[in-house]
Design a protein around this ligand. Sequence first.
Ligand code: CP
Length: 309
Amino acid sequence: MSQLSVKHLLGIKDLNEQDIQLIFKTADNFKDVINRPIKKVPSLRDITIANLFFENSTRTKLSFELAEKRLSADTISFSASGSSISKGETLIDTVNNILAMKVDMIVMRHPNPGAGVFLSKHINSIIINAGDGAHEHPTQALLDAFSIREKYGDVAGKKVVIVGDILHSRVALSNIFCLQKLGAEVMVCGPTTLMPRYISSLGVKVEHDLVKALNWCEVANMLRIQLERQDIKYFPSLREYSMLYGLDKKLLDSLNKPITIMHPGPINRGVEITSDVADSEHSIILNQVENGVAIRMAVLYLLAGRADK
Ligand code: CP
């Protein structure tokens, strides 16, 4: 297979295993490119991409911008603050005005779940979801699974636990879909109040005891508490959360085997993970960031190739 089965990347749910393997194989090639002295290829030289960020971002925004530059695309970037959104313009009007400037692809982060799906029904452009509320963050899940594949050679059969605020996390949902499509076993771990009610229907194991979860897994993906999405208090204090669900070096060293530590960022050091764990030899957090550029290059390249199909 040489092309994706989808026209947009709105969520991992829409991809099949062949799509994900094709993205990985393409990313392998682009990872070679970005480690060369000349890090640029002309693949998207005639393509213009708009990066629309209606919600804050460091990693995803810069990683997409760099991926686009490495592919020689022309890019424009937009942040909600300082735009005409505050003057009452609708999302469709904003995007159609940007497309009128002859833009070919849209990369969008938005606080509302389903914003990318909504937009795909109303505009004529390729859309890549860079995170929509608590729904999906497909390129994060792809770079996470790619990093596990890089570390172990394969994702199939690996035991991965996702720890923390599962309820508000688009990273958790996209990771669950992606890892399962690739044949991994997935567990979620956290307090009952931070578990969605439908979680068991996704076919994951659910564990509330962090020590048991860590002793089960080969890889632990530690999530940040999404305080910005919490309208009520889900646990008494960050200190208590950290005592029950935070990972420190003492706990890591007490496990029955070494495990790999991941985090999508941004890290709240001392809450879900301590510095001596984040910066330890078990952590592949910065490898995830590096792989994000190659994965986003692959997604942009493959979707641009589908533009007229
Ligand atoms: N992992 C991630 O989405 O980080 P940013 O919010 O900084 O983009």
